[in-house]
Every structure is written in structure tokens, then in C-alpha cells.
Ligand binder design. Structure first.
Ligand code: ZN
Length: 436
């Protein structure tokens, strides 16, 4: 960046809404169907076919706007965005232009450079997707798949509030988390459900950016098209979109607890550090899991520790599935607390329950992992160990007390790891003090 210049980035995010059918027709939105099998006269742009707005899509769009703190307007206008592209059979896309569904929201995110930033959401509008040009299917020819044509999208236009690619990344992570929480989209970048363009430098230059979900990076993208004059005009085939205050209020009341509120509540209600509360509320699924483990009786911090280590590591390797049921994890935690399982043994039980299911205690028994907390049994192991190491006992009595760790290790070995270590240490101390 040249001296005196500051990067100014505004992101435009396109999000596919989670609906069964398209924005203006009844065709399926299911991903992965053979090309051009989910089409009809409306989304093929055949003459005379008339669009009908999808109520479910409007509902989800309003929910998204409210979660972003936008003002949802009682009346918005569908508009034609005119351009020519082979995957756009109508020659225009139905979008919204000068009267969008919603304006003036905020997204607070944590900038790695500036702390909490309140980024402006300039507008949120509803539109339909275009089809897809496929360049690698036939040699020297481009194929067009119109299954995506007419799929419902919202476009979320952020203000020029971001100062670096790292901030853009943090903004997108926060936005994606929010959108996943409210369940209006699967936010799957591989399927094209979430796409991002960036305007860098505002009026100075236009540089589209590409967000790579695998790498979680933002990088410049080769410009597909120059800034266009799209000759917007109101869509003559659709009346204005009118929303009643009751409809908007109903959607507002159905919003779930959003990530910042949930994080603050977790920190307060469960006496967790802010870092732990942030990790546990990163996704709605993990947050629900945590609360179910606590509800099943687990101590708050122990539940947090187990989820942040074992459960999330296991989920990462298994398509984000939390494979040990909440009640099962609570039981494992209780077995450790009660001295029945060592922490190491409990990890093995966790892995076994994750892979095969079943009752933790039964599994611990079948694996021979139950800790022996019977003082007579432990005392017998201690007696054997001390009897077998008379020279070390002598050294211990002469003041070499660090040998306690050695004796404890031997007792754990003699018990094949089953002795309750705290009990074993206590018995060792007693016997070493009394033996003469
Ligand atoms: Zn259709």
C-alpha cells in the first residue's frame, strides 16, 4: 500500500436461502442433480411465463435482515438487472435496486488489528441466481446448466468499513456464524451457497476478491466484467413486495438467541472465561451440546474442557459430528470425578463410545479400565512394590523423598494402570512412614 493510502474494503455477500423451491417458480433447488433437469418455462425465461415470489424465501430473507439489525421496509420493489450472459436465458436477473427489502444494519466483529468494529450493512436485498457455464465438460465448447437459474439469494452489501484482508476474513467468519445460527442457509461455499465479492478502494478502483473457504483466505480475483450499466427498471411482471408489521414482528420473535448474546450468557451463567464461552458458542450445535451435557449433570468447567478438547477434535475428523451423546459425555465426566476412571482411561472410553456407541460404564468395564479404589486391594499392590524395592525404601527413609514418584509409578504398573493414583499415594505415604 502506497504511503498515505489506506485499504478500504466493502464486501458483497451472496447467500443461497434454504428453500425447497426456486425464487419465482416451483423447481427444486436440490444440489447435484443432472444438468438442466430442474427447470421450467419460468426459470428458462420462455416467453409468457410469469414469476411468482416464493413466500418461504421472503420469510428467510426477512429473518436474515432482522438478525443483522436492518430496517425491513414495508414495501420493496423487484427490479430487472439487464445484462447478457450465456447462463442468463432471460437476458436479465430479477433483483432489487433502489427500493431493497432492508437497509441500515450492523455487524459487530473482532478485528485482529482494531478490536471490536461495528461494520455497516448498507442493504440487504432478494434476488435470483443465474445458471452456470461449464467449461470443462466438452472440448472447445461451453455447456450451460440452468439448474441454478432462479435459485433464491440474498445479497448483503457491507459498507467500506474494512481496512485489511484480515479484517475481511474476521467479518466473513462472523457473518457466516450468524447466518448459520439463524438457519436461513447452509452457507456451503463448495456448493456455491455463500459467495463473496469485495470492492477495494471504493471509487478509486474496483477489485473483486475471492474468499477461499478451505484456506480461509481472501485474495484478488480476475475481473469477470467491468462495472456495468445494468439499466435497472421495476419488474413489470411483479407487484411491489408488501410486508405487514405483524409479519415482520413475527419473524423478529422467532429469531434464536444470536452468537454475541449466547456467548455473554455462557460466560455469566456457567462462569466460563470469555475465550471458552467464545469457543463453545462458535456454532449453535456445539452450544446446544454443551448445555445438554451440563443439563445431564456435568460440572460446568469439566464439560467445557472435554468438549473443547476431545469432542471438538473428534468432530473435526468426522464431518463435524458430535458422536458421543451429551448424556454419555456427562457420564464419562462423572466416572472421572467419582474416581472410577483415570483421565487417561476416560479418554479411551470416550473414543470407544464415539466409534461404536454404547454405555460408558459398560465399555470401561469391558476394557478393564475401571480404577481400583478398594484400599485393601491397593494396599496389597503397595506391599508388593515396597517388598520388591528394599534399597529404594532405605534411600527414601534417608531423605530421598522424590522416590515417591518412582514408587507410585511401580504401583500403577503393578496394577496395570487400574489403581486410583490418589489412593495409592496415600497408602504409600502411610506404609513408608510406619515401616521401620
Ligand atoms: Zn423453474
Amino acid at each position: 500500500m502506497a504511503a498515505g493510502w489506506e485499504a478500504v474494503i466493502g464486501l458483497e455477500t451472496h447467500l443461497q436461502l434454504r428453500t425447497k423451491s426456486k425464487m419465482f417458480c416451483g423447481c427444486s433447488t436440490a444440489f447435484g442433480a443432472p444438468p438442466n433437469t430442474q427447470v421450467c418455462p419460468v426459470c428458462l425465461g420462455l416467453p409468457g411465463a410469469l414469476p411468482v415470489p416464493n413466500g418461504a424465501a421472503i420469510r428467510l430473507a426477512v429473518r436474515g435482515a432482522l438478525a443483522l439489525g436492518c430496517t425491513v421496509h414495508p414495501k420493496s420493489i423487484f427490479a430487472r438487472k439487464n445484462y447478457f450472459y450465456p447462463d442468463l436465458p432471460k437476458g436479465y436477473q430479477i433483483s432489487q435496486h433502489d427500493q431493497p427489502l432492508a437497509t441500515n444494519g450492523t455487524l459487530s466483529f473482532v478485528s485482529p488489528e482494531r478490536g471490536i468494529v461495528n461494520a455497516t450493512i448498507v442493504r440487504l436485498h432478494v434476488e435470483e441466481d443465474a445458471g452456470k457455464s461449464i467449461h470443462d465438460r466438452f472440448p472447445k465448447a461451453t455447456a450451460v446448466d440452468l439448474n441454478r437459474s432462479g435459485v433464491p439469494l440474498i445479497e448483503i452489501v457491507g459498507g467500506p468499513d474494512l481496512r485489511s484482508p484480515a479484517e475481511a476474513r474476521a467479518y466473513l467468519q462472523t457473518l457466516k456464524q450468524l447466518l448459520e445460527y439463524i438457519g436461513i442457509s447452509d452457507c456451503d461455499m463448495e456448493k456455491g451457497s455463500l459467495r463473496v465479492d469485495a470492492n477495494v478502494g471504493g471509487s478509486v478502483t474496483q477489485q473483486p476478491m475471492l474468499y477461499d473457504s478451505r484456506e480461509n483466505t481472501v485474495r484478488p480475483q480476475r475481473s469477470k466484467e467491468e462495472s456495468h450499466d445494468y439499466r435497472y427498471f421495476p419488474e413489470p411482471d411483479l407487484p411491489p413486495l408488501v410486508l405487514t408489521p405483524e409479519f415482520v414482528a413475527e419473524e423478529q420473535s422467532e429469531l434464536p438467541e444470536l452468537p454475541p448474546a449466547k456467548r455473554d450468557r455462557f460466560a455469566a451463567q456457567y462462569a466460563l472465561s470469555r475465550e471458552h464461552a467464545t469457543v463453545l458458542t462458535a456454532s449453535r450445535g456445539v452450544a446446544e451440546y454443551y448445555e445438554n451435557v451440563v443439563r445431564a449433570g456435568a460440572e460446568h468447567q469439566a464439560a467445557a474442557n472435554w468438549i473443547m478438547t476431545e469432542a471438538l477434535a473428534d468432530a473435526k475428523d468426522h464431518q463435524d459430528q458430535l458422536r458421543v451423546p451429551a448424556a454419555g459425555l456427562a457420564q464419562i465426566i462423572a466416572l472421572v470425578k467419582g474416581g472410577t476412571l483415570s483421565h487417561q482411561a476416560a479418554k479411551r472410553v470416550f473414543a470407544e463410545v464415539a466409534a461404536k456407541g454404547g454405555d460408558p460404564r459398560t465399555i470401561a468395564e469391558s476394557l478393564g479400565l475401571i480404577q481400583v479404589a478398594d484400599s485393601n486391594v491397593v494396599a496389597a499392590w503397595v506391599t508388593d512394590v515396597l517388598g520388591a524395592h528394599a534399597p529404594e525404601v532405605g534411600r527414601y527413609k534417608n531423605g530421598e523423598t522424590k522416590l515417591m514418584a518412582f514408587f507410585l509409578g511401580q504401583v500403577m504398573r503393578a496394577s496395570k494402570g487400574k489403581a486410583d493414583p490418589k489412593l495409592a499415594q496415600r497408602v504409600l505415604e502411610e506404609k513408608l512412614a510406619s515401616a521401620s
